[in-house]
Ligand binder design. Structure first.
Ligand code: LLP
Length: 422
């Protein structure tokens, strides 16, 4: 459910017509809806009410400062995966004691920063990382609050590029070594072992893999407790999917997901953390773009738009399909034609949609790529000399540019010419 809809023939973000944003900000730009973000974070909070659970927004999905400010203001914690994300989260006003530091390869400098900031938890993903964190914490005269991420070897049945919980994936401690590593952690002076973490993948549309993984964790909790290992916390990761296309099976709502959590691990006396990213931000954002040209090829027609693969990488990277909605609503009986919607970058993979059925698009038409609020702007880059795409936050009938488009000078400002080439 989101707050982008047609009114008076124009696509609106809440009460703001996207035409107005295009005029004032220019295209391409991302547009986020406060009401949608709010609704989603509340849906998770409601779903988990009655459980001792902390909802930590996975900011890798959307790291915009205003978005973080909004979500943390609504009570969310933050899941970060680098020192950079942690610094950005703190700058956005997140409380350190509501930050979980995940990630496969934390450096000693990142561990030091996390311990000095006083984060809630550091999720350790390998034995060398555990030993390194122990050393860093002892050096600082403290103990690191740790959850150890296990790899439950469960197939999340999602795109192979975003699955993380299979034995062959690089994430977490391999299931069969888990007991040994937890026992080792208990002996380390710099480690205050709190519990278990896992995350099996992203864009998961079926509750069965979650259930299978959580049941495996339940068994592990019993084994570990029998070994005398402390398990006070469970961090269940993120992964709940969103519908990308009309007619897609609706993903399970947060309430159904929470029921699985309740049923599988709700009675273990553990404080819970969940790390949703996409489910909170995904359909709270669109990428607004303008058709530069319509080109009639020999075999097909193309709409060449001003957004490109550098602004929204998901189609090029994962063959993701984002629905395309014309900003000017087409009449119900409008004829439709098959068209390829492509960006101007010099790569054939800069294609957003192939043979998509749309009302005729002509030069200057505005379109919105839907469900672009997660893994959109955060993954953008400057390929082909294209400035990072700006972001706009709408709230009711007002909007604000929450990241502006850099100037060409700013784009080149980190570069330098060696004196011998001056
Ligand atoms: N926690 C951990 C440890 C993660 O690795 C991730 C995502 C999340 C939480 C949040 O997962 P979510 O609730 O958003 O599914 N760029 C890809 C998705 C990569 C996800 C990486 N990890 C995409 O655009 O589909």
């Amino acid at each position: 459910m989101h707050h982008f809809s047609y009114r008076d023939g124009l696509l609106h973000a809440e009460d703001v017509p996207l035409t107005r944003i295009a005029e004032q900000v220019g295209t391409p730009c991302y547009v986020y809806s406060t009401a949608t973000l709010t609704r989603h974070v509340r849906a998770f909070a409601d779903a988990f009410s009655g459980l001792d659970a902390m909802i930590c927004f996975a900011m890798k999905a959307n790291g915009n400062r205003a978005v973080l400010r909004l979500l943390t203001g609504l009570g969310a914690g933050v899941d970060v995966v680098s020192g950079g994300e942690m610094a950005l989260a703190l700058a956005a006003g997140a409380r350190a004691d509501r930050i979980v530091f995940s990630g496969v390869g934390k450096t000693a400098a990142e561990m030091t920063a996390a311990l000095e900031a006083g984060v809630h938890q550091i999720n350790v993903e390998s034995e060398p990382e555990l030993e390194a964190l122990d050393a860093v914490a002892r050096g600082l005269g403290t103990r690191a609050p740790v959850a150890i991420r296990v790899n439950p070897d469960v197939d999340a049945a999602t795109h192979h590029k975003i699955t993380t919980g299979k034995a062959e994936n690089k994430f977490g401690i391999e299931w069969t070594s888990a007991r040994r590593v937890f026992r080792r952690a208990m002996t380390l002076e710099g480690i205050a072992l709190k519990g278990i973490a896992l995350h099996i993948g992203s864009q998961i549309l079926d509750l069965a893999p979650f259930e299978a993984a959580f049941l495996k964790v339940r068994d592990l909790v019993a084994l570990l407790r029998a070994d005398g290992v402390t398990v006070e916390r469970l961090d269940l990761g993120g992964g709940l999917g969103v519908p990308y296309r009309h007619g897609d099976n609706a993903p399970p709502p947060p309430a159904a997901y929470a029921d699985v959590v309740r049923r599988t691990v709700g009675d273990l006396g553990c404080a819970l953390t969940i790390e949703p990213g996409r489910a909170i931000a995904g359909n709270a954002g669109v990428l607004l773009s303008r058709v530069i040209y319509r080109k009639e090829g020999v075999t097909k027609a193309f709409a060449i738009v001003d957004a490109a693969m550098n602004d929204l990488m998901r189609p090029a990277l994962y063959d993701a399909e984002h629905e395309i909605w014309p900003v000017r609503e087409a009449p119900r009986d409008a004829e439709r034609a098959l068209i390829d919607v492509v960006g101007p970058v010099c790569e054939s993979t800069d294609t957003f949609a192939r043979d998509v059925s749309l009302p005729p698009l002509v030069t200057e038409d505005l379109i919105a790529f839907m469900t672009a609020g997660a893994y959109g702007a955060v993954m953008a880059n400057q390929y082909n000399g294209r400035p990072l795409v700006p972001e706009v936050l709408v709230d009711g009938d007002r909007f604000h540019v929450v990241r502006r488009r850099p100037t060409m000078e700013e784009m080149g400002s980190l570069e330098d010419t060696p004196p011998w080439l001056e």
